[in-house]
Design a protein around this ligand. Structure first.
Ligand code: GDP
Length: 362
């Protein structure tokens, strides 16, 4: 290229020819061959064989929002369904700091003493927003995470609570097909996620702490009603007496609730996850419950009810998605909302006109 600076006019100035920029990529670096996408049959075969790598990849597909991944994921789930169901599923909930990770670590080791395999899954709809709360995170369960018979998976982070919970529900199917006969589903004790976990487990374990005497006030009544067992953690050292007192208060409070459908009387126990005290009693209670409901038929009944629930949940979710992501609706929604806010349109008329527009466009 001719540089004007090299002309006669600019005597003291010379622009030299530059050198070519080196490539920003190291030419000696060998590119990894692209991972081959497994077929549905590969996935199912790997999962049923108990291959953890394949199971993890399948769970990633389940969690993916890409439609092409979802197509494969749904087929894999369907093919795994006949191999699933043979497990006990336990929901474990408690507010942050209640000792969920500490407890799950010791609970996990305890249930694995009997053999079998354990999967720890989680539902935490806040994980997408906060990025901080990642239930089921391996680092929080030190011993369990290195146990060869455990599979720990953090909460899926995409979407609404319903969406997050559905992915966890589907992951249960895959884990069971892979031979995990004990499933823990962890959730933060904030309200909504308990209902979701309750809809996919056989036993709902609520971790509580002894407080300052007003412990019952902080807990939503609905959550307590769902619990098949309430366990007061940190019953150790100076806290032991307070934990016992809290247990009595919970027992008294439970008497006021209507008897659960299962015929089981929810138990209240104290334990210490940190010092591994009373852990056996907690699990004796869970196993006792499972025997009890298997005998009276409630186990089977409840699992069927849950399947029905998830069918309707899926329909609802898909309808909602389809509606809100429809280009016509997306274009109209804001305007209708404004009209309602300004009092120019009633909520019902606005809703109807949006729904009419949607159905007409199908
Ligand atoms: P999470 O937020 O519910 O998962 O709670 P963590 O398991 O992280 O526990 C919160 C804190 O309580 C940690 O500092 C634990 O060491 C402590 N902790 C958990 N279990 C016990 C227990 O049984 N006794 C005592 N004294 N402390 C505990």
């Amino acid at each position: 290229m001719e540089h004007p600076e090299n002309s006669e006019e600019y005597k003291g100035l010379v622009v030299n020819k530059g050198i070519e920029q080196p490539s920003s990529v190291n030419p000696y670096l060998k590119r990894k061959p692209k991972k081959r996408q497994l077929s549905v049959a590969d996935f199912v075969e790997g999962i049923v064989k108990g291959d953890v790598t394949v199971l993890s990849q399948a769970v990633t597909l389940v969690e993916s929002i890409k439609p092409e991944h979802q197509v494969i994921a749904q087929e894999v789930i369907e093919k795994c369904l006949p191999y699933s169901g043979n497990s006990i599923r336990v929901g474990i909930s408690g507010v942050p700091g209640a000792g969920k990770s500490t407890s799950i670590d010791v609970f996990g080791l305890h249930v694995l003493e009997k053999g079998g395999k354990l999967a720890v899954l989680a539902i935490d709809p806040s994980s997408e927003r906060s990025k901080g709360s990642i239930l089921g995170d391996k680092t929080r369960m030190e011993k369990l995470s290195v146990h060869p018979k455990s599979f720990i998976r953090p909460s899926p982070s995409a979407g609404s609570l319903g969406g997050v919970a559905r992915k966890t529900r589907e992951t249960i199917v895959l884990c069971e097909a892979a031979g995990y006969d004990k499933i823990f589903v962890e959730t933060v004790g904030v309200g909504q996620s308990e209902t979701a976990v309750h809809s996919m487990v056989d036993f709902f374990l609520l971790i509580q702490l002894a407080g300052t005497g007003d412990e019952l006030q902080g807990i939503k009544r609905g959550i307590m009603e769902m619990a098949d067992g309430i366990i007061i953690n940190k019953a150790d050292g100076d806290n032991l007496e307070r934990a016992k007192l809290a247990a009595t208060q919970f027992r008294n409070a439970l008497h006021l609730f209507p008897a659960p459908e299962s015929g089981w009387t929810p138990q209240v126990l104290t334990y210490s996850g940190f010092y591994n005290l009373g852990v056996k009693e907690v699990w004796d209670m869970v196993y006792e419950y499972i025997d009890f409901v298997k005998q009276n038929g409630y186990f089977e009944y409840r699992r069927n009810e849950q399947s029905k629930y998830w069918m309707y949940e899926s329909i609802n979710e898909h309808l909602r998605d389809s509606f809100y992501h429809h280009p016509k609706i997306e274009a109209m929604l804001q305007e209708k909302e404004q009209q309602v806010l300004q009092g120019n349109l009633t909520s019902f008329v606005a809703a109807k006109s949006l729904l009419d527009a949607y159905f007409k466009s199908l």
